[in-house]
Ligand binder design. Sequence first.
Ligand SMILES: [Mn+2]
Length: 309
Amino acid sequence: MKHSYKIPDKLSYLKRTKFPMNFLGLPPELSNYKNARVVVQPLPYEGTVSYTSGTSDGPFAIIHASRFIEDFDDEQKRSFSQLGVHTLPFLNPPKKQSPPEPYIRRVFEQTRKLVRDGKFVISLGGEHSISAGIIWAFAEKYPKLSVLHIDAHGDLRDEYEGNAFSHACGLRRVADRVKTVHVGMREVSRDQWEFVKKKKIKMLFAYEMHRMPRKQWIREVVGALGRDVYITCDTDGFDPTVIPSTGTPEPGGLSYVDVLDLFREIGRRKNIVGFDIMELAPRPEFHFPDYTCARLAYKMITFKFRQKK
Ligand SMILES: [Mn+2]
């Protein structure tokens, strides 16, 4: 069988491979929607970015990289693709620079269907504003949902550049409805900080985390979350040495092991209902961040579906 797909011009550093263009490059029997426990939704939206562009290519680069992942987990010593992993078609915005709100509504509708079908949803962005649509869909099913937000930025502005659905407001659009916990913060404006204090929102700044033993802040974060947890991860929550290819990099961030250890612990103690990774802006100089995002999404599957001892 021939699998043809077009590599976007900007990603010409990627090589074609024989694997199907779906998450993990799975054959039809492991990637059909009906049997899949996991659904990957690629959301290549980019409209309100403020610094550098390229996040609309994130989903393609992550899915491309995922096909190089060995499907045998180093920790649990088992494969996970037999759970079935379906990759939805790319949810393309009508045109570049289209406004976020209609797209976020489409993301909400699509996610709602996946939630109703009982799928474990992994969303790949795209700019971070669209997570609001995903989270609304989960909040409908889980009224006591908690959201773990990994990011350098608070994303809690009430509006940004006149737009209430900007990437700088994504978490504000959910914080009114669900509990949010913010981790890895380095850049939070005064108005956001006042909102955090007023609402008694749990927010851990990266500088505080770097001064604590990892186990200690993980305990704090896990303790602040409810039972049902949605995890939204902006790639700039990582240090730029881990993910340099992101729209608004900020020094002093989290390591891969920080994030992995946190997610593993949440997988043990909580019910992870869904996960997204947003804001990867792939670049020809760096292919490792594409792979890091794909690996993180794979690890999330292993934490969600770990075998209980
Ligand atoms: Mn950010």
